[in-house]
Design a protein around this ligand. Structure first.
Ligand SMILES: Cc1cc2nc3c(=O)[nH]c(=O)nc-3n(C[C@H](O)[C@H](O)[C@H](O)COP(=O)(O)OP(=O)(O)OC[C@H]3O[C@@H](n4cnc5c(N)ncnc54)[C@H](O)[C@@H]3O)c2cc1C
Length: 412
């Protein structure tokens, strides 16, 4: 369990070669908004055969839903298709893919993950047969881009308690939705928006259940703001999503039933997001570590390599320790996914730990590079900027730690 199997090693090597040749040369252009990470993601998907594998499996799933079958969906197995081809149905394969991409472009991994795993995953997990066909399949094959919209200007960590977005029944089986979402990954480019909003049937505000609605670009009243200028993750565009009296049909309510609210589904999506972050951190840490070790041996000051100084050696130790811890965490998360084990405390603790470790390692690597580390021409500057987001998104580190503790104390 603590070392890669031969097929996993092969995927890692294949992804390393692919990412180095096909993604790395475009990172600066992606950061400057000249190249879309989704164009590159589609090309990569074609190479992996992932979309083609997923389509028949999703069709089968839609049929089962039609026949009334519900239950949990394993996205990794779905993407592997019936023949278990492409990346196979081993969750570690997906982790390795995310890790390898994050070594050069964490923003690419984030945009791709939000579209497929969060937006696509929620629709495939809870959608009806028609929603899987109409919205789920195009997202899982990357024909369309998805956004997952929970955060609002006044509702960040308190996403549910302070949520203002509201859907009202229109009296004809549909809804009218209003509200503003902010910091939405893929907002400027998405075709399909998964929006969390309170359903107002005249109850007092706190009693209105949260439901998930599927909105499509082009709907009257739906607009997206200009891309935000961010510190990092610049390959991944972010914006506001604004809804002004957007008219929705029944098919736009995820699950097409008001029976159950979306709290559980949201928690599962947050769990998915938090489970993916450690693999991104692994990529950032591994790259920073390797670059720092190489540079420390090459850079000469006071007539010797800076690797000779104990101050450098202690930094290398801390980076190595984080690398190995994060690596082990990812192995365990992949194993848990394969076993179908869901552990809120563990996932939240791991998300908090790995993101903090990524920020520390990027900081130590930059220090080893000295002034050169601060320059865009060297790889650490980008890793340092990108790593910070992982302490903020998918719940801030504070919220991840509190969720873990409260779960352990049986307070949630
Ligand atoms: C680049 C980027 C992409 C994003 N993508 C998406 C997306 O695709 N979809 C989406 O829905 N959201 C997205 N987010 C939003 C992200 O999830 C929120 O930024 C995050 O949940 C924090 O909310 P906030 O920024 O409003 O901070 P706040 O909630 O205002 O928190 C500010 C500070 O207060 C602390 N704090 C708040 N409450 C508590 C508490 N109870 N106890 C202790 N400390 C507390 C926080 O830890 C933090 O340090 C994205 C954000 C960024 C920056």
């Amino acid at each position: 369990m603590f070392q890669l199997t031969e097929p996993q090693k092969m995927i890692q090597q294949m992804m390393r070669q692919y990412v180095t040749k096909e993604i790395q040369p475009h990172v600066e252009a992606m950061e400057d908004g000249e190249v879309s990470c989704f164009d590159l993601a589609r090309k990569m998907f074609k190479m992996l055969g992932a979309g083609a594998m997923a389509k028949p499996a999703l069709e089968k799933l839609a049929k089962k839903r039609e026949e009334g079958e519900s239950g949990k969906v394993d996205i990794t197995k779905l993407m592997a298709g019936d023949e278990g081809g492409g990346m196979g149905d081993d969750p570690m394969m997906m982790m390795l893919m995310v890790k390898e991409i994050s070594r050069v472009s964490p923003g690419f991994a984030m945009s791709f993950g939000v579209s497929m795993a969060l937006a696509g995953g929620a629709i495939v997990g809870k959608g009806t047969a028609r929603q899987i066909r109409e919205f789920g399949i195009p997202l899982m094959t990357l024909d369309k881009i998805g956004a997952w919209c929970l955060t609002e200007p006044g509702a960040g960590s308190d996403a549910f308690g302070s949520m203002k977005s509201t859907a009202r029944p229109d009296g004809h089986g549909g809804y009218i939705i209003n509200g503003t979402k902010t910091f939405i990954t893929n907002g400027p480019v998405a075709d399909i928006f998964l929006i969390y909003a309170r359903l107002d049937r005249g109850q007092p505000a706190p009693e209105r259940p949260v439901h998930t609605f599927i909105l499509e670009r082009g709907m009257k009243g739906l607009s997206t703001g200009k891309p935000f200028h961010k510190m990092g993750m610049k390959e991944s565009p972010t914006s506001e999503v604004i809804m002004e009296d957007v008219k929705l049909e029944q098919k736009h309510l995820l699950g097409e039933s008001e029976e159950k609210g979306s709290r559980q589904e949201t928690k599962e999506s947050l769990g998915t997001e938090r489970s993916g972050v450690p693999a991104m951190c692994w990529g950032i840490i591994e790259r920073c570590y390797e670059e720092a070790v190489k540079y420390a041996k090459e850079r000469v000051q006071f007539n010797r390599p800076i690797a000779d100084f104990q101050a450098t050696q202690l930094k290398i130790y801390r980076m190595y320790m984080h690398l190995k811890n994060v690596e082990n965490i990812v192995y365990r998360i992949a194993w848990m996914q394969q076993q179908g084990i869901r552990d809120i405390s563990f996932i939240n603790a791991c998300k908090a730990f790995t993101s903090t470790a990524a920020v520390e390692v990027a900081n130590e690597a930059l220090q080893i590079f000295g002034g050169y580390g601060y320059m865009r021409e060297y790889p650490i500057e980008k890793m340092y900027r990108d790593a910070k987001l992982l302490e903020l998104g998918a719940g801030t580190t504070d919220i991840n730690m509190l969720t873990c503790a409260r779960n352990e104390l049986s307070m949630i």
